[in-house]
Design a protein around this ligand. Structure first.
Ligand code: LLP
Length: 422
């Protein structure tokens, strides 16, 4: 069932008309459906029936603490990549034992905060990082649970900026160095080797690269065990794609992914860890915006909306395609138009869509960008001194503001005029 649907001629989030949110909170604003978030988590988590699993939601996709709290209540863990994300996960009620810490550049402070929180595992990406972690853990009288992120040299992912599993990428330990890395780790008193980690990319719409990566890691786990390592965890990362509504290939349903993982790992005797981000949050949110101007005259018509690339960066950064839809259902005789949909920022890159056919709209009309729940608000900024875009969560007929729009004073309060007079 869809939780963003037209009712009485108007797009709703669950039972709340989007025009009500626009009137009360203002635009632009992200609107999330808690029912969709919950459904996506459950569909994913339930697809591994019988396996020992930890679903560690990838916080970077949508890090709002209310989103994390909603998932925490269903038993979700968290995949974090910074001390800030770790703090968010803990505040939202995700216990340390369900948190995995990924990322190529963890600092000593971040490592000690994570050790303090007794996290489940550190996904370590290099030997220099391992040695620092060993040092930090020893100085705290602890042992850090470690899985090496290995780079399986598998090609996957929708866009070169989000493909991570090839050997030319900066991520992970090179495949042919993995075994010697484990040998070194086994000698470090502050380190406890527990598993193997991979993450091959994002917006992957095909099961083949997952299968290739799992098969390679299986072989590695078997070799590591014969070398005496007690490998009890296999983190396969995130990356399962979602349907953005365009003509591109449809990603496989989570049930097919679950079946693949079960078939390839059921006899391996490991806990399987997953780090889904986009799959959980992507289609749980829309960016709601108002048409400011319809500017014609030249050889094309521009729809100038009050959202901009600082609010939703994906089209500018990855040429990403988001479905656009007016909040008011068009009248049966309403004309269509072809627009370039742009924001107010002073860059040509501030373009959400080119040559987009849609029902003709006017200044003051509301439109949404669909599939904006992942890597939308989380990648927003205050560029052009535009206030950080607010976020709203809907549950049934109610909604709550979960990130408020800052005033100009609040935006400036961390800055200082310089005074060189003394
Ligand atoms: N685990 C690790 C180690 C990751 O680097 C990522 C995403 C994930 C899990 C979650 O991947 P997902 O399930 O969401 O595909 N901003 C880009 C996507 C960047 C992905 C970065 N890493 C976008 O908007 O498409």
């Amino acid at each position: 069932m869809r939780h963003f649907d037209h009712r009485d001629g108007e797009l709703h989030a669950e039972d709340v008309p989007l025009s009500r949110i626009a009137a009360e909170v203002g635009t632009p604003v992200y609107v999330y459906s808690s029912a969709t978030l919950e459904r996506h988590y459950r569909v994913f988590a339930d697809s591994f029936g019988g396996l020992d699993t930890l679903v560690a939601y990838s916080v970077k996709a949508n890090s709002n603490i209310a989103v994390l709290q909603t998932l925490a209540r269903l038993g979700a863990g968290a995949d974090v990549v910074s001390g800030g994300e770790l703090a968010r996960a803990l505040i939202a009620g995700i216990p340390g034992e369900r948190i995995v810490f990924s990322g190529v550049g963890k600092t000593r402070d971040e490592m000690s905060a994570a050790l303090e929180a007794d996290i489940h595992v550190f996904n370590v990406e290099s030997l220099p990082e391992l040695r620092v972690l060993d040092d930090v853990a020893q100085s705290m009288g602890r042992r850090a649970p470690v899985a090496f992120r290995v780079n399986p040299d598998v090609s996957a992912g929708g866009h070169e900026k989000i493909s991570t599993g090839k050997k030319e990428n900066k991520f992970g330990i090179a495949w042919d160095r993995a075994e010697s890395a484990y040998a070194e780790a086994a000698c470090l008193p502050g380190i406890e080797v527990v598993g193997v980690d991979v993450h091959i990319g994002s917006q992957i719409d095909d099961l083949a690269p997952f299968e290739a990566a799992i098969r390679k890691v299986r072989g590695l786990i078997e070799r590591l065990r014969t070398q005496g390592h007690d490998i009890r965890l296999f983190d396969i990362g995130g990356g399962l794609g979602i349907h953005y509504g365009d003509d591109n290939r449809m990603p496989p349903p989570p049930s097919d992914y679950g079946q693949l993982v079960r078939r390839l790992t059921a006899d391996l005797g490991v806990q399987m860890v997953f780090e889904p981000g986009r799959m959980i949050a992507g289609n749980s949110g829309v960016l709601l915006t108002e048409v400011l101007y319809v500017k014609g005259g030249g050889d094309r018509e521009f729809l100038i909306v009050d959202a901009a690339m600082n609010d939703l960066l994906r089209p500018a950064l990855y040429d990403a395609w988001h479905a656009v839809e007016p909040v008011r259902l068009p009248e049966p005789d309403q004309a269509s138009a072809t627009y370039d949909i742009v924001g107010p920022i002073c860059e040509s890159g501030d373009t959400f869509a080119k040559d987009r056919m849609m029902p003709a709209v006017r200044a003051g009309d509301l439109v949404v960008f669909h599939s904006a729940g992942a890597y939308g608000a989380a990648q927003s900024s205050q560029y052009n001194t535009r206030p950080l875009v607010p976020e709203v969560m809907v549950r049934g007929g109610q909604y709550r503001l979960i990130r408020k729009r800052p005033s100009v004073e609040e935006m400036l309060e961390r800055e200082r005029l310089v005074d060189w007079s003394n």
